[in-house]
Structures are given as C-alpha cells and as structure tokens.
Design a protein around this ligand. Structure first.
Ligand SMILES: Cc1cc2nc3c(=O)[nH]c(=O)nc-3n(C[C@H](O)[C@H](O)[C@H](O)COP(=O)(O)O)c2cc1C
Length: 359
C-alpha cells in the first residue's frame, strides 16, 4: 500500500513537508491507544524469543529508528507499534533551534538516498525531556544529544552546552548518544577533533559523576542493571580508518559504552545524480543506499577493533532484509534506519524484524 498509494503522493510534496506530514500523523497516533493497536495489527510482528541483553536492557528485536526522524520525541509509541525494537529521539540541543533555512531536505530517487542540511532543528532539550518524562514505552529509548547550532557557542561553552543536554537526557534515556558528527552546522564537526573530543568526554564524565549517575527512570517492562546510563558516540561515515582508531582510543579511555556507525556523508562520489543536479541541491549530509558500503566497512572496522567487547549500532543505508543481515554478520549488535523508511515505507520494519528472528 505504501509504495503504490502513499509514496507517490508524498513524493509530490517537498521532502521536508512530506516528513512533517508523516510526523503529524505519527504524533496523533502516539496519543491514541486505539490507533496504535491498529498500526500494530497491520505492521508489528511477534517478539523475538531473545533473552539477550545489551547494556542490561532487553531489546525485543535489534532494529531501531535512527536519530533525526523524531527530533522532538512526539512519536515513539507509534514507532513501537510499527515494530521497532528501540527508538533514538533527537538530536536534541541545549537551546531550541529552528535549524537552517529551507529548503533543506532533498530526495535523490535514482540513488535511493537523501541529502539534508536541517541544522539540528529541535524544540530544545528541556522541552523534549519534559515530553519524554510522560512517555510509557515497552522498548528502550535512546536520546541523541548534539551541540546547539550556534557558532558563537564554542570552546568551553560548547562543552557546557553538551553537558546541559546530557544531564537532562539522563532523566529519561535508557541510553544516550553523543552526536559528534552532524555535518550541518555553521562551524562543522568540531568534536571529531581528538583534543576537543577528549575535553567533551572529560567534561561529561566529571559532571555526570558529580551529580551521581541516576538510576534508570523509565517505567518499562525491563530493568536496566547498568550502573549508569549507557553512553555511545556517533561517528561520521567520512571518518578515515586512522582517525577512527584515534577517536576510538579516546572514547575507550573515557569508558564510552558503545558506538553508532554512521552519520551522513559530505562525499558525493559515485552517485547516479549528475553534478549539475547535486550542485543545485548544495551542501548537506548524504544518507541512504549511497553510504551503505562505507557504513558497512566502518561497522567491520569497529567490530575488529572492539572484538565484540562493546555494542555497535550500525546505521547508514540499511534498506532491505539482506543489508540488515549483512550488518549483523559484520559485527553489529543493533541496527537503525531512516532513509529507507522514505523509499520502502513502514512495511520494511516488520520484514527486517522477521528475518532477524529467523537468522
Ligand atoms: C533528514 C535527516 C535528519 C537527520 N538528523 C539527525 C540528527 O539530528 N542527529 C543524528 O545523529 N543523526 C541525524 N541523521 C542521520 C541518521 O540518524 C542516520 O545516521 C543517517 O541518515 C544514515 O542512516 P540512513 O541511511 O538509514 O538514513 C539525520 C538523517 C536525515 C536523513
């Protein structure tokens, strides 16, 4: 139904407008048990008989919704009804932001990909966390934090900005992702610099410890046995092998609990779309099938380096059962997707979840 009826209509609209429309429907569904039951009957599959726990959390299945789709946490219950095994809300930032000027989201249908330069638009950490406090979810909730999109917030103030979001996210998150790889801010990806990353992780560790790691606050059907809120770092797909090893060493020194690979790309090599079409779109992060190969490679690099010691969330161009299974074989513990929802629709979630249950 999605591909024949809904997608052609959505693809007549501007990409961001179509997304806003989908979020509007999903947020209405989020507030209605009846609608969630209907969605769940249409889409959800039986839970996997898995007792495996990651970070002390029970994941009913390994497929999650990637950050960026639900920036303000208005749709998690709908996404749970669609069959996702976990949800990552955000990125949220300490100060609210309207993001970059529009248009800022573009479809690349010939490449099964998207380019976006949303620029971390969100309602701000405090407001989103207040909303999430009221949420009752039966699956783990991740909260992705980033620095407020404002180039005047730099140096120590930038670290403080992250810490503010981290302390708020702790109140509701089952795990927190530190997004150091958003390509769409005025100042760029400053925290992928090793020195800056060390300062950021030192700051977060010191402040979180000073406040005492709170116990998990969500009233869910599972209980976290973890001593603190598991914290992951999200890398750019453009990170070289050498840089990844350096960044990984820093993260390991600060006791980071897992990794998200990968965020979007600034690279435009190998696309079917012409240079002219791409230059008309302009800058932004490339996601979808076009980054799948590199994202898979980074999952392998991480798996080799960590030897299974830390959970890896693989994301970037997962758009089929086969590509999902390939990531698990490459060493991923959990998976996420975003762009494939646009091209394949929500039915893909149950297809992947079913296949993961069989494998
Ligand atoms: C429109 C859009 C907005 C995004 N916003 C965020 C964000 O706020 N924070 C983040 O960590 N990742 C963000 N992402 C990146 C996704 O979480 C994901 O890492 C990336 O799109 C690759 O996965 P995919 O190919 O399945 O889309 C965004 C992606 C898209 C397409």
């Amino acid at each position: 139904m999605y591909k024949k009826l809904i997608k052609p209509l959505l693809f007549l609209m501007d990409a961001e407008y179509a997304h806003d429309w989908a979020i509007w429907i999903a947020s209405k569904t989020n507030r209605s048990n009846i609608l969630q039951n209907i969605v769940s009957r249409l889409y959800a599959v039986a839970d996997m008989k898995s007792n495996e726990k990651i970070w002390g959390l029970h994941f009913k299945n390994p497929l999650g919704l990637a950050a960026g789709f639900d920036k303000n946490g208005t749709t998690p219950r709908t996404m749970q009804a669609l069959g996702f095994g976990f949800i990552e809300v955000g990125s949220i930032t300490a100060k609210s932001s309207t993001g970059n000027s529009k248009p800022r989201a573009f479809r690349l249908p010939k490449d099964y990909s998207l380019i976006n330069r949303m620029g971390l638009n969100n309602q701000g950490a405090a407001r989103v966390v207040e909303r999430l406090k009221k949420l009752k979810l039966d699956i783990p909730l991740g909260v992705n934090i980033a620095k407020t999109n404002d180039p005047t917030i730099a140096g120590d103030a930038a670290v403080e900005d992250y810490i503010e979001s981290y302390l708020l996210a702790q109140k509701v998150a089952d795990y927190i992702t530190i997004n150091i790889s958003c390509p769409n801010t005025g100042e760029g990806k400053t925290f992928e610099d090793p020195g800056a990353l060390s300062e950021l992780l030192a700051g977060i560790k010191q402040r979180a410890l000073r406040g005492g790691f709170p116990s998990n606050k969500l009233k869910t059907s599972y209980t976290s046995t973890y001593a603190h809120i598991p914290t992951t770092v999200k890398f750019s797909v453009d990170t070289t092998h050498e840089d990844l090893i350096n960044l990984l060493e820093i993260c390991e020194d600060y006791g980071i609990d897992g990794y998200v690979a990968t965020n979007t790309s600034n690279n435009r090599e190998g696309l079917v779309h012409t240079k002219k079409e791409l230059s008309e779109i302009g800058r932004g992060g490339l996601s979808g099938r076009a980054i799948a190969k590199k994202s898979l490679e980074m999952t392998r690099w991480l798996s080799e380096e960590l030897s299974g010691g830390k959970p890896i969330i693989s994301v970037g161009g997962i758009d089929s059962v086969n590509s999902a299974l390939e990531r698990l074989e490459a060493g991923a513990h959990l998976l996420q997707l975003y762009t494939a929802l646009v091209y394949e629709g929500p039915g893909l979630v149950s297809d992947i979840v079913k296949a993961c249950g069989r494998s």
